[in-house]
Design a protein around this ligand. Structure first.
Ligand code: GAR
Length: 210
């Protein structure tokens, strides 16, 4: 079984989709734990209520980013995951942490990278006037929102969109995208080559649109 640990900071709708996908589609995978960095992350309760190990490693309890990342890495390692999936995890991770999970750490970002790294991506998209927006699942590297792209999902921007309506449309495709990537990971299709390029065996298209 492909062992997964999911990191969240909030409601965890992507995490819920990942759990449901693994469970309902009979994938050779298991969500071993959900870990949050904030006590009020409502996704933790959901995970616990659904029989998944739900752990809090609160960044507030640590004096430095390095100490927090070390505690987080230790908590994750206890589950011996094949992959660590960031799903709305809102803390920047140290290069040491990223290096420790090199090739096993993935993130979903709510934009079509390399456009709009960082925060407020929907606001940025509207301000820029792009007509396509979306989300990206990528391997995490020390450079924020910058790693090798596994797959992307696109949505149209509509004339009367607000950051909230656009965020909701993007979230819909996020769930599709992460579920698909988890299927590929579980099936052992995903690899990174020496040039840090992603290959997904037997898959012709890694783009989605709704
Ligand atoms: C998602 O839109 C995710 O892409 C975004 O936060 C939201 C979490 O929602 N992530 C980031 O902005 C990462 N910097 P969720 O908790 O319901 O999955």
């Amino acid at each position: 079984n492909c062992r997964l640990v999911v990191l969240i900071s909030g409601r965890g709708s992507n995490m819920q989709t990942i759990v449901n996908t693994v469970r309902t589609q009979g994938l050779p995978a298991e969500v071993c734990a959900v870990i949050a960095n904030k006590a009020n992350a409502s996704g933790l309760e959901w995970a616990h209520a659904h029989g998944i190990q739900a752990k809090l490693v609160a960044h507030r309890d640590y004096a430095t980013r390095t100490e927090f990342d070390q505690a987080l890495a230790q908590a994750i390692d206890a589950y011996r995951p094949d992959y660590v999936l960031l799903a709305g995890f809102m803390r920047v991770l140290t290069p040491e942490f990223v290096e420790h999970f090199n090739g096993r750490l993935l993130n979903i970002h709510p934009s079509l990278l390399p456009a709009f790294p960082g925060l407020h991506t929907h606001q940025q998209a509207l301000a820029t006037g792009v007509q396509w927006h979306g989300c990206t699942v990528h391997f995490v590297t020390p450079v924020l929102d910058h790693g090798p792209i596994v797959a992307q999902g696109a949505v149209p921007v509509l004339a009367d969109d607000t950051p909230d309506t656009l965020a909701e449309r993007v979230l819909g495709v996020e769930h599709h995208l992460y579920a698909q990537v988890v299927r590929w990971l579980a099936e052992g299709r995903v690899s990174l080559d020496a040039m840090q390029r992603v290959h997904v065996r037997g898959v012709a298209s890694r783009s989605f649109a709704i």
